[in-house]
Write a new protein. Structure first.
Lengths: 393, 154
């Protein structure tokens, strides 16, 4: 049987474009030390380390996680690296969860870092994830694969660029209250719509930045949490779902169309069942959603069951996802304001945990009992869903 | 107090590869080059006609080896117009699109050539999901998927 698992501490950098004063391992260490301090333990107490590191070509050192061992107090301990592209932080968190839920470990740290700015060729690097025979010649990259999702969603549900822009306005406003966010500058609807088109229909202000920094989360068994924490966040639902790499298999399909996040919906339904949630709109109090492009938050809220497919844009327009709305989404400012790829999905979990633990400071949402955090990786093909609560399952 | 000097060390990856395309993909590329035909594979069990062709049906979990020729026309199922230049990638603006060719059940990506991009809002009147598309084969073909491209049937 699975044991209960809690989060008792988190740490994250103040994200910025470039950190010339640190190596990648030092960036991870920075968050690790913040997290153990938050949990009132030391690195020595950690029994196993799970490292979140996405493709290493971005910082040009293969198997870079080997450097993290010493920096994270990992000597003579079990150590594991997880990579699922953009979902890495979410999958790494889930791997950490399995460590504790299995009964084999009481205190586990999930940690990672991203370092941008050491290569000007980020999109070229991301072009290398595509298949050499069928895809690489077409300059597929992380932006246009998400632009395709926007085009399909616009076709299916008549979503507009204005609908997407509203998401960006909300996230940028929220980031002003998050001292860790990378971009902390409000934008208006007009500014988002008139910003430079990168890959139609994605405009510059509807796209994420590239951020450097780290994040760490401390997972504890129920027994350890009782010793160390007065208000841990309980991990009540954990699921991942994946699909084919071929985006062309998801065009004009009744199920698994590229417009939708049906795999997130599959993962979410199972996570909700684990967590005893059958009315998400009522029972979830805050959502930290993986959305590096504004169009993706709309597909995500639909997949999370907050509304039927095609109605996410209307809910956004009605203000449901604002800080004072029915279900605040990304009070942290989300991925649109901070995207340290290796840990972006872990930051979603950390932010959701802060909300549940009532430690989210100026960005704290009122009366949070349950939070959901999502992650996404690959060609919109890997989705993670994690549910946190202020009480055990 | 003296400010620490921060030093950067230059580096570069310049790695060459010769990727094995495998038997199914090799047959597709050779047929494209030699015969100006596009071959899909069809699953015996569920009948799905797959482009790009694959040796395995991901839905039935069975090996696939039936080749089926698809038509030279189809429907645009998705696209994007690329404006931002990215290092190492083609000079913008250009259009990439997914097309469901006649007879295939899945869509395949390629450049959509010949779209007048001087005025984006005009271009988007013709460039939309559902638009008719035809395959244009290059005069000189080398056995790469860029031996053909798409063009809107206007």
């Amino acid at each position: 049987m699975l044991r209960n698992v809690t989060i008792i501490g988190v740490g994250q950098s103040d994200f910025k474009y470039y950190r010339p004063n640190s190596t990648l391992a030092e960036l991870a260490q920075e968050s690790a030390l913040l997290a153990v301090e938050d949990a009132k333990i030391s690195l020595k107490d950690i029994e196993a380390v799970v490292v979140a590191v996405a493709p290493t070509a971005l910082f040009g050192i293969d198997a870079v996680e080997r450097w993290f061992v010493g920096a994270l107090g990992g000597r003579n301990k079990p150590f594991l690296r997880i990579n699922t592209g953009g979902a890495t932080g979410g999958s790494a968190f889930q791997a950490g969860y399995f460590h504790v839920a299995s009964g084999l470990f009481d205190l586990v740290m999930v940690v990672g870092a991203e370092k941008i700015g050491e290569s000007p060729d980020t999109q070229f690097v991301l072009n290398q994830i595509w298949e050499p025979a069928w895809e690489r010649d077409f300059a597929l990259n992380a932006i246009n694969m998400c632009a395709f999702q926007a085009v399909r969603h616009m076709h299916r549900y008549q979503t507009t660029m204005e609908d997407f822009a509203r998401v960006s306005v909300r996230c940028h406003a929220n980031a002003l209250l998050n001292p860790h966010a990378h971009i902390r500058k409000a934008v208006t609807l007009e500014e988002v719509l008139s910003s430079r088109v990168i890959c139609w229909p994605i405009t510059l202000l509807g796209a994420c930045p590239r951020s450097s920094g780290g994040c760490a989360v401390i997972l504890a068994s129920e027994r350890k949490a009782k010793e160390l924490s007065t208000r841990p966040a309980w991990v009540t639902g954990v699921q991942e779902c994946t699909n084919t790499v071929f985006m062309g298999d998801k065009m004009e399909m009744s199920f698994n169309d590229h417009a939708d996040f049906d795999d997130l919906a599959i993962a979410t339904k199972k996570a909700y069942t684990m967590a005893g949630i059958d009315h998400p709109l009522k029972q979830i109090d805050v959502a930290e959603i993986y959305g590096p492009f504004s169009n993706m938050e709309i597909a995500a809220v639909e997949a999370l069951g907050f509304c039927p497919k095609g109605q996410g844009a209307q809910m956004e327009k009605d203000g449901a996802f604002q800080r004072d709305g029915e279900l605040p989404v990304n009070p942290s400012g989300g991925v649109l304001c901070t995207n340290p790829i290796s840990v972006t999905a872990l930051v979603r979990v950390a932010e959701a945990a802060l909300q549940v633990m009532q430690k989210a400071e100026a960005r704290q949402v009122k009366n949070v009992k349950r939070a959901v955090a999502t992650g996404m990786g690959g060609s919109l093909q890997i989705h993670t869903c994690t549910i946190l609560s202020d009480e055990p399952r | 107090m003296e400010k620490t000097e921060l030093i950067e060390i230059p580096g570069e990856w310049n790695i060459h590869y010769n990727y094995a395309a495998g038997e199914i993909t090799s047959k597709f590329l050779a047929t494209l080059r030699n015969e100006r035909k596009i071959l899909a594979t069809q699953c015996d069990k569920c009948g799905l006609v797959m482009l790009p062709p694959r040796s395995y049906c991901e839905r039935c979990f069975v090996p696939v080896s039936n080749f089926v020729e698809v038509g030279n026309e189809g429907t645009l199922t998705c696209f994007s117009v690329i404006y931002e230049p990215f290092p190492g990638l083609p000079k913008p603006p250009y259009v990439i699109g997914y097309v469901k060719l006649d007879g295939a059940d899945t869509s395949m990506v390629n450049f959509v050539d010949g779209v007048d991009l001087s005025d984006l809002s005009s271009a988007l009147k013709k460039l939309k999901v559902g638009a008719g598309v035809k395959v244009i084969y290059k005069e000189e073909r080398v056995g790469r998927v860029t031996d053909f491209s798409y063009r809107l049937i206007s």
